[in-house]
Design a protein around this ligand. Structure first.
Ligand code: ATP
Ligand code: MN
Length: 534
């Protein structure tokens, strides 16, 4: 049954190009969006009250299907590459036409006004128009939620229009295949079609902020999480997907600022988002109580499986995808601060999940090493699920976030370098990946040890211990750390076959050097000295 159908087009919906719409469901509450989802059979409730949905064909982002309209604005400003792919204005117009036509044919659609950037100086007003109520709830969870007063004269800066069930014809639309996310800076629009992976909505806005903030506001935008200690000391955690940004920022002893996207202005660190988007594979209440307890009414669980005959989630079941997720408003984490703003950071952590088991679990970086590692953006994932493939898959993604960075990585790196120098920030490398050997032989570093190492840094407990330089990577490895067995601090000690460790370390160092080749010319001697040596 329809409840509270709004039958008039809302507040200039025509700005989006969508006309003649009758059943606009504007700014519904989470409860109403959950009811709509259940009514349409697009989700069910788990026993903890979270809404459980499936995202269909796509259970992760599709970077090869993301396009930016090449026009006067973007032509010479975008760093065109395989993740910043150009598309012609004429195709944007065609796709926009298809999407508006599609929305005009729907019996109902959901509209949400929200904003990005917790610091009001940089606020971006966003109108999200979705063909599914659960996507609208995702926008409620993930973006900042305006109060009634702020809604009164809400004129959106940007539109996100999401139509998961609209399949594009690549021959007509100029896309690679039937799905695409298309950004137009001229029209200030992100069009998403053919994919129901909710993460495209949030990472679309992240992409445009990574374009706008550094160029127009002199704010460094970052793919990182952030939290703040009792003494007001902010820490930030960079890292590619699965390295631990969300997990490690949810720290019972520190207040959460945000789990994925932040800006670094002249005087603060601020969250872009109003919610978190956590991985749930192998989640346990014991190891990650804050995230576990956020899975309650209003939260959306994606692609999880219930224990047979129940509505109880089996978090160990990755049969749909290993990338099972939950989104929730940031205040579902009990110690989140609002507004999500902290002071300038004292410590920066670069998280890597090194499935080769080579990098030390914690190490201090010189400014040159820090820049080298930031530009490299290394992690190594566990290889795919295909039988027989055991080698970890190395990834180098500049600034720990290349898929979301429309500008040249050098722009972000320069800003970070300047800020690190100006504020004398300590930079640490944290390997949350393998110890005791590579994937298949060793094991993943225990979360409690990684947490203990980070706590030790933040409490200043590594200030007085001795360090030793890693013979290949040069970074300074502490010889002891409170609450961590000393023999795991040097990864070489944890391998039974030392010569195998040495060979693999050289192999990995070579990958770094080869990858850095393309940045070599623009790099200073100090940064080049941060490279591994073989
Ligand atoms: P994304 O950018 O995709 O959101 P993320 O960096 O936020 O990725 P997390 O969601 O924090 O990554 O994922 C880290 C995963 O690794 C979690 O499932 C966590 O339980 C698991 N994990 C296991 N051991 C560790 C460890 N030592 N440190 C951090 N995370 C660990
Ligand atoms: Mn995350």
């Amino acid at each position: 049954m329809l409840t509270q159908v709004i039958t008039t087009p809302v507040r200039n919906l025509s700005l989006s190009g969508i006309k003649n719409t009758e059943n606009v469901r504007y700014q519904l509450s989470p409860e109403e969006l959950i009811q709509d989802t259940l009514r349409l059979g697009e989700g069910v409730l788990s026993d903890s009250g979270a809404l459980v949905i499936r995202t269909g064909e796509f259970t992760g982002r599709s970077p090869k299907d993301k396009f930016i309209v090449k026009d006067q604005i973007t032509e010479s400003t975008i760093h065109w590459n395989d993740v910043n792919q150009p598309i012609d204005q004429k195709y944007f117009d065609i796709i926009h036409g298809k999407i508006t036509e599609y929305f005009e044919s729907l019996p109902e659609l959901w509209v949400r006004d929200c904003y990005a950037c917790a610091d009001p100086r940089f606020r971006l007003k966003v109108r999200v128009i979705t063909a599914k109520p659960c996507d609208n709830l995702f926008a409620y969870n993930m973006f900042l939620r305006p109060g009634d007063e702020e809604l009164e004269n809400f004129l959106p800066d940007w539109h996100v229009i999401s139509a998961p069930d609209l399949k594009l014809d690549p021959a007509v639309c100029g896309t690679r295949q039937h799905n695409a996310a298309v950004v137009s800076f001229k029209h200030k629009m992100i069009l998403i079609a053919g994919t129901a992976y909710t993460g495209e909505i949030k990472k679309g806005i992240f992409t445009i902020l990574n374009y706008l903030l550094p160029q127009e506001q002199n704010v460094l935008s970052m793919h990182c999480s952030a939290n703040i200690g009792e003494k007001g000391d902010t820490a930030i955690f960079f890292g590619l997907s699965g390295t631990g940004k969300t997990t490690l920022s949810a720290d019972p002893d520190r207040k959460l600022i945000g789990d994925d996207e932040h800006g670094w202005s002249a005087d603060n660190i601020f969250n872009f988002e109003g919610g978190c988007y956590a991985k749930t594979i192998n989640l346990t209440e014991e190891k990650e109580p804050e995230i576990f307890n956020a899975i309650k009414p209003g939260a959306i669980l994606e692609n999880v499986i219930f224990y047979p005959g129940s509505n109880s989630v089996n978090f160990d079941d990755g049969s749909i995808t290993e990338n099972t997720r939950v989104s929730y408003p940031i205040d579902y984490i009990s110690n989140a601060i609002e507004p999500s703003i902290g002071g300038l950071p004292k410590n920066i952590f670069f998280l890597t999940c090194d499935a080769f088991g080579i990098l030390p679990p914690i190490a201090k970086l010189t400014p040159g090493q820090a820049m080298y590692q930031f530009i490299s953006g290394y992690t190594a994932k566990v290889a795919g699920t295909e039988a027989g493939i055991k080698e970890p898959k190395p990834t180098f993604s500049a600034c720990f976030g290349a898929p979301f960075l429309p500008l040249h990585p050098g722009k972000y790196a320069k800003m970070l370098g300047d800020k690190m120098q100006e504020h004398k920030v300590n930079v640490w490398m944290v390997n949350t990946g393998w110890t005791g050997g590579p994937y298949g032989i060793g094991t993943r570093m225990k979360l409690k040890y990684t947490r203990a190492m980070i706590s030790a840094v933040l409490e200043g407990k590594l200030n007085s211990v001795a360090f030793q330089a890693d013979s290949v990577f040069g970074m300074s490895v502490p010889l002891e750390c409170p609450n961590v067995p000393a023999d795991i601090l040097n990864p070489r000690n944890t391998w039974s076959d030392k010569s195998e460790y040495d060979a693999k370390a050289r192999f990995l160092a070579n990958l770094f050097i080869k990858n850095f080749d393309k940045y070599k010319d623009g790099a200073t001697a100090e940064v080049l000295a941060g490279a591994p040596t073989i």
